[in-house]
Design a protein around this ligand. Structure first.
Ligand code: HXC
Length: 536
């Protein structure tokens, strides 16, 4: 029948067939009209308002992240069923959120974007149902979930149903944790409990002047505490990238943010049963980054550990995470022999690379991410230990510092360690020593592995001799030198087998590639338990 309708000229069709064609055309027109209405979001005025503050629309954002023409939208015609506060008279296109699937570099992803032009992207029951449905799809299909947040929070008119919606999202974020990568992009307000979905995900992206995250806004703070603060100073992008550590990536513009998301996607596996894509191996750009030039000859001089990474990593690439927060430790992805590795490195440029409350948190979470997603870990060590001081003790350096011990001990992915220079005290143990089950520990000849630095050690163990000496400074120097000769080198640790090989810095890439290769089928028997109780 349909073939006949298509093939024959209209003049030869029967009356009934002509009627059928009309009805099909009308249905198609009806679909087009419905789609036009739903796709218009909050209307031209609201879209203009969105653009005026430098924001893209929700659909534009999705399209900018995904491969060209790969986006497939679902649940376009979902509508809310709220009745209170005149809600029954309001049509909210797509209920303020766009959901669907697409690809990034040819790999499938699930995605949603809140549409601020529709009731401020506020989250009601239907809105939440759309999000949880796409989250369930992501879990079923074992593909990453990208969530773009731009919302005034719980839809006030829908009361407890909005709160229930958030609860359902948080539950799914937790179930998906460690199974599929979860990426949150904050491109507008993200207020109240709404911030907790991003906080439960793996990577949070923020954009200068556009992203705002807080539990209670400036008005509540003014009422309750009498304090004046702007939204930007309270929870702007810079605050979360630099001060709170809530954001993992900071960008100046939405486009830069989308580029960062795509770059991240090249490093991570699509789920916890897969490995990251392997890329062709590329040598480091050694003209720019020569390991021997980066490392100062004076052991007291700092250097940028990122330049060390670039001196041995494929194509000298290092994709840094949480660059602006707790800069005394550096974390990020790189490649060796074409394979993704996660790197944790002390940064001698900042606070001599000490471990403190924030740097322990930063490293521990990243270690757990890499372990959950089969990404081998490389640890670069150069630190005087944990940061002493009343502030740190009272801020809970014991509890936070324990996280890094826990994370390394728990991790079963290949763990490679290079002790570059100082590895003192708790810092030596914490930075993936053999005792926490590193698979390979290499040390450079200038490594100093001991309980503490020569000055501190001399002052304690030779206290009486120094005190009684006619020239205490001279004796202190002599004792420091004696201590240095005995302990401030890699050979005592190597004699006990705590260091597997003392290597020239220039041999680092070769040794690491071999260690990675050897570890590629690593398997570890894990003690049965429901889960551990890490020092959260
Ligand atoms: C319903 C909302 C809304 C909300 C905004 N709108 N937030 N509608 N529920 N939560 C609507 C506005 O009424 C307006 O509708 C449109 O969205 C645009 O909002 P504007 O205020 O005009 O935009 P702007 O000036 O840019 O201000 C954005 C804003 C502000 C800062 C986000 O709207 C705001 O403060 N909203 C409330 C934030 C909040 O307190 N949320 C509840 C948090 S508690 P019209 O029709 O005029 O265009 C929460 C609990 C969750 O989320 C707990 C989970 C555990």
């Amino acid at each position: 029948m349909q073939i006949r309708l298509i093939l024959l000229p209209e003049s030869s069709l029967t009356k009934n067939e002509k009627k059928l064609i009309m009805s099909l055309k009308q249905k198609s027109l009806d679909l087009k009209n419905r789609m036009r209405e739903a796709l218009s979001g909050g209307g031209s005025k609201a879209i203009e308002k969105q653009k005026a503050v430098g924001k893209l629309t929700a659909r534009e954002r999705i399209i900018a992240i995904l491969d060209a023409k790969s986006f497939h939208e679902y649940d376009l015609f979902v509508e809310h069923a709220a009745r209170d506060f005149d809600m029954d008279k309001k049509y909210l296109a797509g209920d303020g959120v766009i959901t669907g699937t697409g690809t990034v570099f040819g790999h499938p992803v699930c995605i949603y974007a809140q549409d601020f032009t529709v009731a401020g992207g506020s989250l009601g029951y239907a809105h939440a149902k759309k999000i949880t449905k796409v989250m369930d799809q992501a879990m079923k299909m074992k593909v990453p979930l990208i969530g773009i947040n731009d919302s005034g929070g719980a839809r006030i008119q829908e009361g407890v149903n909005s709160l229930a919606g958030y609860g359902e999202i948080f539950y799914r974020n937790t179930q998906a944790s460690g199974v599929i990568p979860q990426i949150s992009v904050i491109l507008g307000p993200c207020a109240g409990g709404a911030v907790y979905s991003p906080a439960l995900t793996d990577f949070v992206f923020v954009v200068d002047k556009i992203s705002k995250m807080f539990i209670t806004g400036p008005e509540v703070i003014k009422t309750v505490l009498g304090e004046d603060i702007s939204m930007e100073d309270l929870g702007g992008a810079r605050i979360h990238a630099e001060k709170t550590g809530n954001a993992h990536f900071y960008a100046e513009s939405e486009q830069e943010c989308f580029d960062q998301i795509k770059q991240l996607c090249t490093y991570i596996p699509w789920n916890n049963l897969k490995k990251a894509d392997r890329f062709p191996k590329k040598p480091p750009r050694t003209r720019q980054y020569k390991i021997d030039d980066v490392m100062p000859s004076d052991p007291r001089q700092p250097y940028d550990v990122r330049d060390i990474i670039k001196s041995f990593a494929d194509d000298s690439e290092f994709f840094e995470i949480q660059k602006l927060w707790a800069a005394n430790i550096v974390i990020g992805f790189s490649r060796l022999d074409g394979q993704t590795i996660g790197i944790v490195g002390n940064q001698p440029l900042v606070l001599a690379g000490v471990l403190d409350v924030d740097s322990s948190d930063k490293a521990a979470r990243f270690i757990r991410y890499c372990d959950a997603f089969n990404i081998p870990l490389l640890t670069l060590v150069d630190l005087p230990g944990y940061l002493p001081g009343v502030d740190q003790e009272h801020a809970g350096v014991i509890r936070h510092g324990a996280k890094i011990l826990y994370a390394y001990s728990e991790a079963t992915v290949p763990k490679l360690t290079v002790i570059m220079r100082k590895a003192y005290g708790g810092g030596y143990i914490a930075m993936c020593s053999h005792h926490l089950r590193a698979d390979f520990v290499f040390a450079w000849p200038m490594a100093e592995i001991a309980v503490m630095g020569p000055e501190g050690a001399a002052n304690i163990i030779f206290r009486n001799e120094i005190k009684k000496a006619a020239d205490p400074d001279k004796v202190r120097q002599e004792k420091m030198e004696e201590y240095k000769q005995k302990f401030a080198n890699p050979y005592v640790a190597a004699a006990y087998g705590y260091v597997d090989a003392v290597i020239e810095p220039a041999e680092t890439r070769k040794m690491l590639m071999h260690a990675l290769d050897i570890s590629s089928s690593k398997s570890v028997d894990v003690v049965f338990k429901k889960h551990g109780v890490p020092p959260f």
